[in-house]
Design a protein around this ligand. Structure first.
Ligand code: FES
Length: 139
C-alpha cells in the first residue's frame, strides 16, 4: 500500500518526538493503544499556566507509519491552541490532511484519542472532576 507524501514526510521527519516530565503540573499526558493492531501512542502537551494555551507538545509512538505521521501532525496542530480547541481536532481532519486510506483510519483515531487523554490528564491535575472520570476511562 502506498503512503501519501505527507505521511512519508512526517514519518521521515517526525516533529516533536520525545517527552516531558509526567509529574510537571503544566504537562498533560495521554497514553492510548489501538486494540486492532497493538500500536501505542503517548502524547504530551505543555500548557502555559498564564495564558491557558498549549505551548508545546511531544509524542512517542510505537506503531505504523500512519500512526507516527498522525501523532507528529497533531503535535503541530495543538500548539497555540486552548484545551477546548485541541479537543475539537477530529480524526477525520487528520485522515484528510494525511490522505489516509480506509484501513488506516484507526491510526488517526488513535491520535485524536491521545489528544483527548492528554487534555483530560491536564484538567484532572488541575481539579476538573469531570475530566478525572474521563481520564480514568481512557486509562
Ligand atoms: Fe494500527 Fe496504524 S496500523 S495504528
Amino acid at each position: 500500500m502506498a503512503y501519501s507524501d505527507k505521511v512519508i514526510d512526517h514519518y521521515e521527519n517526525p516533529r516533536n518526538v520525545g517527552g516531558f516530565d509526567k509529574g510537571d503540573a503544566d504537562v498533560g499526558t495521554g497514553m492510548v493503544g489501538a486494540p486492532a493492531c497493538g500500536d501505542v501512542m503517548k502524547l504530551q502537551i505543555k500548557v502555559n499556566p498564564a495564558t491557558g494555551l498549549i505551548e508545546d507538545a511531544r509524542f512517542k509512538t510505537y506503531g505504523c507509519g500512519s500512526a507516527i505521521a498522525s501523532s507528529s501532525l497533531v503535535t503541530e496542530w495543538v500548539k497555540g491552541k486552548t484545551l477546548d480547541q485541541a479537543l475539537e481536532i477530529k480524526n477525520t481532519n487528520i485522515a484528510e490532511e494525511l490522505a489516509l486510506p480506509p484501513v488506516k483510519i484507526h491510526c488517526s483515531i488513535l491520535a485524536e484519542d491521545a489528544i483527548k487523554a492528554a487534555v483530560s490528564d491536564y484538567k484532572a491535575k488541575h481539579g476538573d472532576v469531570a475530566a478525572q472520570a474521563g481520564s480514568t476511562q481512557a486509562a
